[in-house]
Design a protein. Sequence first.
Length: 918
Amino acid sequence: MTYYADHQPTSGLRAPRAALDSDAPRLDLGGDWRFRLLPEADGPVEFATPAYDDTGWDTLPVPAHWPLHGHGAPAYTNVVYPFPLDPPHPPTDNPTGDYRCVFDLPADWAGEDVVLRFDGVDSCARVWLNGAELGMFTGSRLPAEFDVGALLRSGRNVLAVRVHQWSAGSYLEDQDMWWLPGIFRPVTLLVRPTGGLDDVFVHADFDHTTGLGTLRVDTPVPATVAVPGLGLAAVPTGAPVTVPVRPWSAENPTLYDATVTSSGETVRLRIGFRTVSIVDGVLLVNGEPLHLRGVNRHEFHPDHGRALPVETMREDVLLMKRHNINAVRTSHYPPHPAFLDLCDEYGLWVIDECDLETHGFTFVGWRNNPSADESWRESYLDRMRRTVERDKNHPSIVLWSLGNESHTGSNLAAMADWTRDRDPSRPVHYEGDADCAYVDVHSRMYATHEETERFSHGPLPFVQCEYAHAMGNGPGGLAEYVALFDENPGCAGGFVWEWIDHGLRHPVHEFAYGGDYDEPVHDGNFVIDGLLFPDRTPSPGLLDVHKAYEPVAFAFTGDQVTITPKRGDLSRLRFEWTLPDGSTGTLRVPPGGGGAALPEWPAFTGETWLTVRAVLSVDTPWAPAGHEVAWAQHLLAAAPDVPTTPTSVRPQRTDEGISFGPAEFDRRGQLTTFAGIPVGAPRLDLWRAPTDNDRGARLHETWSAVGLHRLTHRLDAVDVGDTLVTRVRVAPAGTDRGVRVTYEWTPVGDGLLLGVHLEPEGDWPEPVARIAVCLTLPPELDRVRWYGPGPGESYPDTGFANRVGTFESTVDELATPYVRPQENGRRGEVRHATVTDATGRGLRITGLPRFGLGLTRWTPAVLDAARHRVELTPGSTVELSLDAGHQGIGTASCGPGTLPSYELFLREQTFSVLLEQA
Ligand code: GAL
C-alpha cells in the first residue's frame, strides 16, 4: 500500500529519545525553503534529486503552515472529518507540499554521525537527502529523527521533503482545530558524537517525610552526573544518590542545573524533584493533594497557526501564571518542546497528551474506530512512545494522557500498559476510558456540578479534563465548580476549555473562523472558545478565572480578616487594605496565615467597601512585586435608601403633549426629551442577542419561537394625574400570551422616578433573556460613569472578578470584543450611573436599589445579525438598557446550562429607577 495510506506509521526513523540540550554541534535548517504545492499526493519525485532546477518554485518559511502563506486555505472542523471515512485511505484531493532546502555542511562536520530532526510536520512526510530516500513518518506533533551522517557531503547538500496534508495518520488527528498542513516546527541537524548520549532518563523523586531527593539518571552509555547545587560532582549514571533537596512544585519550581557527561558528549539538564502518588483516591504530589487549577492549551497564534514563536509560548506561560492558573493540559498533542521547558521553569503542572483523536468515528457509531482495530496498534504505540520518550524528563509533567476523544479500545489499553511500564512514576490519564479500565485517574469533561461532587468521592482521583467552556460570553458557573474542587480532596481539579480563541487574522473579517474560507464542511465559530481573544487580550472569562483560582482565601468577621493559603504559602505576599477615601495600609498577617486586625475606619455615609489585596511582595520570574494575586471586599456601610417622596410637581398638558418636570412627553405619554436631551421612550425588552451559550442551550430557538425578539407594544391608556401613567400591552404576534406593562412617572427631587410594573398574561414557563426597559439617546451621549461592580462586564453568574467602586468608560469601551458578536458589555448591580456627552450634559440614573446597565451603538437585532465585529455599523442612537434581571450565562455551548439559581423567569414585578439631569 502507498506509504501515506498505510497503517505503518513511520519508516527509517531512529528510536525515539529525550529532547536534550547538548554541547554537540547543531544546525538549524529553518529559513526560506523552496516550495511548490501539488493538488494530489503522487506527483513526480524528481525534485528530490540535488540537481533539480527549482528556480520556478515559490519560497515558504520553515517552520510555517502553507495555507497561512498563500497556498490553499485553512479549514476548520470540530468532530467531523473533512474527508470520507474509509480508513486508512486519505482522499485523492490531497494538497501536497514539496520542499527543497539547500544548505552547506559546516566544514568541521565531515565524517561525523549526524541526525536530521523534524519537530513537527503535518501530517505525513517523505524525506530525501542528496537524492537518497530516508523514509517517511506520520504523527504531526511528534518528533522524527533520521540518521544521515553517511549521506552528507562537504559543501552543498539538498534536503527534499514531500508533505501530504492527508494520510492514514489524519484518521488519528481529528482534534478540534484548524487543519493546517506544513513543516510547522523546527528542522535541525544534530551531530551525534562517538560515545554520545543518545538518551537520558532522569528519575528525581522527593520523599516529603524526610526532605530527601533521590536522583538516578539512566543513560545507554556510561556517564557521570554533576549537580553543583547539590554538591554532586561525578555520580555515575544508573546509580541512585539521595541528598537533601528542595522539591519542585508549580508554586516553587526549584530546578537544579545539572550536566551529564559521557566520553563524547555533555548534556545540560534542569532537574526538579517531585513524587506523584495516589493514596486513598487522592492524587498527591510530594505528599500533598494536587490542586489542578488549569486550562487546556492548544498551540495557536492568529498569524502563525500552530507555528508559535517561542516568545508567544513565554507570553502564554506568563499570562497563565499572572491569572493564577497553575496547570495546563496540552490539548490534544505534545506541544513544542520549548513550552515544556517554560512550564518547568515558571511552574505549571502539566498533563502531557499524546497526539491522538478519532472523534469523527462517532458519526458512524464508532464503526472501524482505529482505537479498537489491531491494525492500528503500532501507530498508537508509536505515538505514545514518541510522546513519552521526548518529554520524560520534565518535572512539570505529572500525568501522561493517551489522547482525546478516541472512544475506547485495546489499542488505548496497550498504550497505557506500555506507558506504565516505561514510566511508572506518572499516572495515566484518558477521559475516554469511562469505566476506568486502564487509567489511573477518573477523568470527565463537562460534568455538571452535581456530577463533579459525586465523582469526587472515589474510588479514583477525579479530574475534569475539560470544564467551563469559554466560548463567547462566559463561562458561567465557574465559581461554583472551583468551590467544589476546593471542598473535595478527591477531586484534583480541572482544566477550563480553552486557553485561546483560534481566530485567524483575516483581511475582511478581522478574525476568521470556520466557514470564512468557504470550507464545504465546517463547524463555524466553535473554534472561538478561549479565555484569550485571538490577539491574546484577556477576556472577561480569564479575569474570572483569576478570581476563581486565587490561591488565598479571605473571611471577614467583626474587625478582623482571616487569611488562609489554599495553594503554596504566603511567603511572597503582602496584604494591603484600601478604603474609598484613599487611605491604605498593610495588614499584619501571621506567616502561615490566620487572623489579621482590620484598620479602624471612620464613620462613612453611603455604601462603603474595604478592599483587601494580596500582592507579590517581591519580584518573581512571572510578575513584578505589587502584582495582585488575590483580593476581597468587605462591606463597611450599606447604602441608604434612595429618597422617593414625591414632590408637588404635576404633569401639564401642552400643545405638543405633556410637560412634566425635566421631561417632555408626546400626547400618547411617550417620553421625548429629558433635561432638553432627545430621549426615546422606554420600552420593555425581554430578548438579548443570543450568546454562544444560549445557542448551546437552544434558548435562542425557544426565544424566537415565543417571539421575544419581535415584541409588539400596544398603548392602552395614558393617565395624567398626580403622576403620568401609560399602560401598554407587550406581546409577540401570533400568541395570546403577553405582559401588561404600566410605566408610571412620579416627580422625585428634581427628577422623575420611573416605575415599571409587569403583569404577565398566560403562561411563561421558559426563561426570558432579560427584563429590561430600553431607551434611545443621542449618539454624543457616549460617556458613562457608574458606581457598582467594575470595570468589566457582568451577568448574574459571571463577572465576579469585578469589585465595587466608581468606574468610567465610553460606550465603545464598554463593548467586549467577542469575535462572533453576541450579547456583551452589560454592567450588573449598578447603583447609579451618569450617561453624558463630552461637556457633561446628560442623564443620571439611580437604581432602587440596583439595575443592570447596557449602552451600545446597536440594537440586539443588529448584534445578532453580525457574524463578525467588522459588520457592526454604529446606529444613529445610543441604546440604553436598564434591566431588572438577565438570564445567567451558563456554559451550554458545551456543557451544562445556567444553574437554576441564575435563571430568569417572567413574573409579576415592579422595578424602578430615578432619572435626573446629570
Ligand atoms: C471537547 C473536546 C475539545 C473541544 C471541546 C469543545 O469535547 O475534547 O477538543 O472540542 O469539546 O470546544
